[in-house]
Design a binder for this molecule. Structure first.
Ligand SMILES: O=C(O)[C@H](CS(=O)(=O)O)OP(=O)(O)O
Length: 225
């Protein structure tokens, strides 16, 4: 039972990949909007390749937080909350979250989580892999993923954590990112203010996002839990 960062060797067992700001908050919102499944790519170019392979899929993702010109969507949960994607299939390629999914080579089970579906993720793991070893992979260096991982770890161990502490951790992560953005040219800064309410909406999504490893990507599906 461990919480690790992206520099760790990912063991087997149940692996939950956490990305609160913003990949797996955006993925959760996409599923809430009726998306059927999400093919997660570890790079923008692989995302483009997947679109060539599966032209019916819409392409979502970011580079340095911003939407590539040839992508259909960026990585904003706010943007996704208004998207007409009911019944659609997505491809998602981001800097951290989808890269993290690709790091897990032979997990017993692989899931994607954010604060939005953290309790549902814990319920799914306990119901389907209770008592088995698990690893929580934080894909970011800022506080939000680690706060979410600690929250999930408590839930997996039968401890009821405080939501307020998780929200405070997300807010700390946003503050850290805003400070880093301040060093970028204005045009390169990501306005997280519209996304923050979605990232802080703890347990809005009553489903786990369960991954299936394919040759060169991971497909997430929504599983009520
Ligand atoms: O889109 C995001 O919020 C981040 C990119 S950055 O770290 O803010 O530049 O990507 P994600 O994979 O969602 O952490």
């Amino acid at each position: 039972m461990s919480i690790v960062g992206m520099d760790a060797e990912i063991s087997s067992g149940v692996v939950v990949v956490v990305d609160v700001i913003r990949a797996f908050t955006t993925a959760a919102v996409a599923f809430e909007r009726g998306v059927r499944d999400i093919a997660c790519a570890a790079s923008l170019d692989l995302g483009r390749e997947l679109r060539r392979r599966y032209p019916d899929r819409l392409l979502a993702g970011e580079s340095r937080g911003l939407k590539p010109v040839d992508y259909d969507f960026g990585n904003s949960p706010f943007e996704m909350s208004m998207a007409q994607v009911d019944g659609k299939r997505l491809i998602q390629a981001t800097s951290n979250g989808t890269v993290g999914l690709g790091r897990c080579l032979e997990p017993t089970a692989l899931l994607a989580a954010s604060a939005r579906n953290v309790s549902a993720t814990a319920r799914w793991v306990r119901a389907n892999h209770g008592g088995e070893p698990w690893t929580i992979l934080c894909t970011g260096r800022t506080e939000e993923d680690w706060a979410c991982a600690r929250h999930l770890s408590d839930l997996l161990q039968g401890v009821e954590p405080e939501r307020e502490r998780l929200v405070a951790g997300v807010m700390d992560g946003v503050a850290e990112r805003s400070r880093s953005f301040a060093h970028r040219p204005v045009a390169d800064r990501v306005d997280l203010s519209v996304d923050l309410p979605f990232c802080c909406d703890v347990d809005r999504s009553a489903f786990a996002m369960v991954g299936e490893i394919r040759d060169d990507h991971v497909v997430l599906t929504k599983v009520p839990a």
